[in-house]
Design a protein around this ligand. Structure first.
Ligand SMILES: [Zn+2]
Length: 220
């Protein structure tokens, strides 16, 4: 077992350039909500982006780029335990696990400015920290909206909302940590060109990350 030298913290801001939809369960939604609620914190009901969603998306894009042969084989996350994806993001197969997962993706909470903005919208307009979007299915024969099914109402995190982003890298003796940082940032850049959350092919989920420019914090 190699020695843990410390943690490299990558922090920044994640902005929603379009509405973003990360689904929650109906049980935790507020009264008057939609059929397709977003994920919310159970106590304060504020929307957030779970670290698991972010990590899963970034990992899958990096695998599609660097481990395409493996992805093509069975469509499951790589569990070889040896490649950079497995080292940085973790390996699901215990028998192949050779080292500690290097990255930690924190849940992203609203920035103070976004919280204040959504708080104002809630007080003045009664908007519950989110927006709803109505989508209509088109009947192919008539070219009209489908009357039997009716419109589908989806809840989204509104465009312009910003979250605090924090990704931590555990640095073990001998780790090429700068390379791991570059790898994670490459994955984030892929996500910016792709989408985060649901309904990405229908205009949802465009995000931008702005990294904090100050030197990364060392927590030795
Ligand atoms: Zn692997």
């Amino acid at each position: 077992m190699r020695k843990l030298l410390g943690h490299r913290v990558l922090s920044g801001k994640l902005s929603c350039l379009t509405g973003v939809r990360i689904g929650g369960s109906k049980e935790t939604q507020e009264v008057g909500g939609t059929d397709n609620p977003i994920l919310r914190h159970p106590i304060n009901h504020l929307p957030y982006i779970p670290g698991s969603s972010l990590k899963g998306k970034i990992r899958s894009l990096l695998e599609q780029k660097h481990r395409a042969d493996r992805v093509m084989r069975d469509g499951k996350p790589c569990d070889c335990g040896e490649c950079k994806v497995c080292i940085v993001f973790g390996c699901a197969a215990a028998k192949n696990t050779q080292s500690v997962t290097r990255s930690i993706f924190r849940d992203c909470v609203l920035t103070e400015e976004s919280l204040a903005r959504l708080e104002t919208a809630r007080e003045e307009l009664g908007v519950p920290y989110s927006e709803t979007k109505t989508e209509v299915l088109i009947d192919r024969r008539k070219g009209l909206s489908h009357s039997n099914i009716g419109p589908r109402v989806q809840e989204r995190i509104p465009e312009g909302t910003e979250f605090k982003l924090e990704i931590v890298l555990r640095e073990f003796e001998g780790d090429p940590v700068d390379d791991y940082v570059k790898f994670i940032k490459e994955g984030v850049a892929l996500m910016e060109n792709d989408t985060l959350g649901g309904s990405g092919t229908r205009g949802y989920g465009k995000v931008r990350v702005i990294w904090e420019s100050k030197a990364p914090q060392e927590a030795h």
